[in-house]
Ligand binder design. Structure first.
Ligand code: ATP
Ligand code: MG
Length: 237
């Protein structure tokens, strides 16, 4: 059976990742593609338990170092990849994931200054070759994204530990996401997230169609027996 496709959504707080995943999921369903929506940190029973420690600020309270925190993210990711992402793709279903390895590269690697060698080794261990086929980096001024996240929050709901950080820190991460996208142009597509929800959804759909749906159709037409389920490269530039 042909493997499903793996698409990740990245970017800062409140840029519209969750909104766009839902819209893409609807479009894929209309196109007859079964897809599974998941998120990080979390997405599997073990990883959801770790998510609470990471986002509540408990890891900080315990005095966990940024490297220690990166280890927790990696443990959660390994479980998520192993028990949710890979089995779903194997069934031929698509997986849409809200944050993945690039968030670790940016949040722990760039901003928290965890050694790049450690980030790389943990990434290799955790994703076990499962590089996304496509990654959308939703780009928006940090201030606008934080305001959106703030407005969305329900009364009485606290900001998580990342949302509590300064606008300058978020803007620094935004620039790091842009650099990452420029260094991985085949996989990572920058999307202007200041547009309307519908415009963004349309931009994303056009890319998904041309990169992941149309090429497969062309393959099938040319050779019904050809194997289009090629895995993405485990190592990228
Ligand atoms: N293009 C847009 N224009 C205006 N508002 C938007 C747009 N996209 C999303 N929103 C709104 O902004 C808020 C944040 O969107 P969403 O939750 O999808 O972002 P997110 O990236 O998932 O945030 P977080 O990082 O907090 O999970 C929501 O209230 C959503 O309705
Ligand atoms: Mg979200």
């Amino acid at each position: 059976m042909q493997q499903g496709k793996f698409i990740t959504f990245e970017g800062g707080e409140g840029v519209g990742k969750t909104t766009q995943i839902k819209l893409l999921s609807n479009r894929l369903k209309d196109a007859g593609i079964t897809c599974h929506h998941t998120r990080e940190p979390g997405g599997s029973a073990g990883a959801e338990a770790v998510r609470h420690v990471l986002l509540s600020g408990k890891a900080e309270e315990m005095g966990l170092s940024p490297a220690g925190e990166a280890l927790l993210f990696a443990a959660a990711r390994a479980d998520h990849v192993d028990t949710t992402i890979k089995p779903t793709l194997k069934k031929g279903h698509w997986v849409l994931c809200d944050r993945f390895m690039d968030s670790t590269r940016i949040y722990q690697g760039e901003a928290d200054n965890v050694a790049p060698e450690l980030i790389d080794s943990l990434e290799k261990l955790a994703i076990d070759g499962q590089v996304p086929h496509l990654t959308f980096i939703l780009d928006l001024r940090a201030e606008v994204g934080l305001n959106r996240a703030h407005e969305r929050r329900e009364e009485g709901e606290d900001a998580d530990r990342f949302e509590r950080e300064t606008v300058a820190t978020h803007e620094k991460r935004r620039q790091a996401f842009l650099r990452l996208a420029h260094n991985n142009p085949k996989r990572c597509k920058i999307i202007d997230a200041s547009q309307s929800i519908e415009e963004i959804s349309f931009d994303i759909w056009k890319i998904v169609e041309s990169e992941l749906i149309a090429p497969n159709k062309a393959d099938e037409e040319q050779s019904p027996t050809s194997d289009a389920s090629q895995q993405p490269q485990a190592k990228e530039g």
